[in-house]
Every structure is written in structure tokens, then in C-alpha cells.
Ligand binder design. Structure first.
Ligand code: UDP
Length: 236
């Protein structure tokens, strides 16, 4: 049962529970882009993202990836281990898009083999800047050993996710994940994996089925999330 609101982010709320080591994560319908510059609400987005993320997490856990997820409470809420989030956005790119195209001029759609791994410092006041390992260590975010471990998890997770999405006719362009530390120091995958945090292109048509529809005012945002949800659901 949810108790006190501990934290409210752009798309989720975190509540305490009777167990101090567990929290309930509630998925909101809010959408933001450009570091909060653009805001909207999409009815049902929270439910769809919670369900999409849960289905993906269950698959990753079957493949021995350690995560914060304990179980879903209902369609919008998940019971999770309480973790201290490491203030890094761990980004994996299989195809050039988004900020990579803007920053270094690679053509959108160019295949990246091997994938590009990036870390950004999760700090809104600096606009989540791209940093390297030495910066992360200097900021006290993680040790070099922890960063190596995280990179290994990023590669494994990318391999599983690429295969999973391909099974449902989707090319995984790029995605952002986050990690957290449990009480005993173990690093686990935390936060969501959904069309808010991945770029997902239909393998046949190239149609964008992710948050870029909102970022680029393309319309059909919720319809795209519903399509992703349906394809994953039909697979299980
Ligand atoms: N991403 C995210 N949250 C962020 C920034 C990026 O989930 O705060 C995801 C984004 O959806 C994409 C990937 O990370 O799948 C790479 O994003 P990019 O660096 O290209 O930034 P963007 O163009 O989204 O600003």
C-alpha cells in the first residue's frame, strides 16, 4: 500500500511503503520534452508505460539482469526495491538519431556497429551534459569499476532488447537507462524502459513509435504507445 509521497519526477511519483526498503512507483500521464520546456498530458500514457516497462523488465530478469522491480501492484503501479539512483543517464545507440545527429552531424538512420555507449550527467540545471568516466568519478557519481560494470550491463541489455524488439517488428534505435544502488551496494537496473525512453522505429515502414512523435509534434502519440503495448502483449 502507498504511504507518503517521497519524490515526484516528470513522469512518475515514488511512494514509501510499510517496508522501508521498498517503494511504489506510480506512472503519471504527464509528458515533458526539452528539459521540461514542453509539457502535455496523454490519457492512459502512465498505464501503457508501466505495463510496457514491466513486460520488458520481466524479460530482462529472465536473462539474469538484476533490476529494482519486485512486482506490479496494478496497471499503473510497481512495487520496487528502494535504490539510490546513480545520477547518470546511460545511453546506448544502434542507429544515429536525436542529439547525436545534432552534435556531431552523423546522418539520421546511419547504423552504428558497434553500438555507441554514452553517459550524461543527470542534472537538469546543466541540461544533462554528456560526460566521460573521469568526470563521473570526479563528481563522485560512481567508481571506475562501477562504470565498467554498468557498461557491461548496458551491452547485455542492448543485446536482449534489440532481439526482443525485432521479434515484434521494431528496430531499437537508441535508449536511455538508469541504475541504482541497493542497500548492500549492489547496482541494479532502475527507472523505466518505455517509448518515453527508447527510440523505436517500425522495421518495415520506418514509422516512429516513440516520444519523438511528441517532441516533433507529429501527432498520434498515444496511438503509437498503444501499438507498442499491443505488440509486446501479443508476444507473451
Ligand atoms: N532519453 C531519455 N531521457 C532524456 C534524454 C534522452 O529517455 O532525458 C532517451 C531518448 O528517448 C533516446 C535516447 O535517450 O531514446 C537518446 O536521446 P538523445 O541523447 O538523442 O537526446 P534527445 O534527442 O532525446 O534530446
Amino acid at each position: 500500500m502507498k504511504q507518503e509521497l517521497l519524490y515526484e519526477g516528470k513522469a512518475k511519483q515514488i511512494y514509501s511503503t510499510a517496508n522501508p526498503d521498498e517503494v511504489i512507483i506510480y506512472y503519471k500521464d504527464d509528458a515533458t520534452a526539452g528539459n521540461g520546456a514542453k509539457k502535455a498530458q496523454f490519457e492512459d500514457k502512465g498505464r501503457l508505460n508501466s505495463e510496457i516497462s514491466r513486460m520488458i523488465y520481466i524479460d530482462l530478469m529472465k536473462n539474469d539482469i538484476k533490476t529494482h522491480l519486485i512486482k506490479s501492484v496494478n496497471e499503473r503501479e510497481q512495487l520496487c526495491h528502494k535504490v539510490d539512483i546513480i545520477l547518470l543517464e546511460a545511453i546506448v545507440r544502434n542507429i544515429a538519431a536525436g542529439s547525436l545527429v545534432k552534435r556531431i552531424g552523423l546522418e539520421e538512420g546511419k547504423k552504428l556497429n558497434p553500438p555507441i555507449l554514452e553517459f550524461c550527467y543527470k542534472e537538469d540545471s546543466f541540461n544533462d551534459p554528456l560526460i566521460n568516466d573521469d568526470h563521473a568519478v570526479a563528481l563522485g557519481l560512481a567508481t571506475h569499476e562501477e562504470l565498467d560494470f554498468i557498461r557491461g550491463e548496458m551491452r547485455k541489455i542492448n543485446d536482449y532488447l534489440k532481439a526482443l524488439w525485432l521479434e515484434v517488428g521494431i528496430d531499437l534505435v537508441d535508449f536511455k537507462i538508469e541504475f541504482g544502488r541497493m542497500k548492500d551496494g549492489t547496482i541494479v537496473l532502475a527507472d523505466e524502459i518505455s517509448p518515453d525512453t527508447c527510440r523505436l522505429w517500425d522495421s518495415k515502414t520506418g514509422e516512429k513509435l516513440d516520444k519523438d512523435r511528441f517532441r516533433q509534434d507529429m501527432g498520434g502519440v498515444i496511438e503509437a504507445y498503444e501499438e507498442i503495448h499491443r505488440r509486446l502483449k501479443d508476444r507473451t
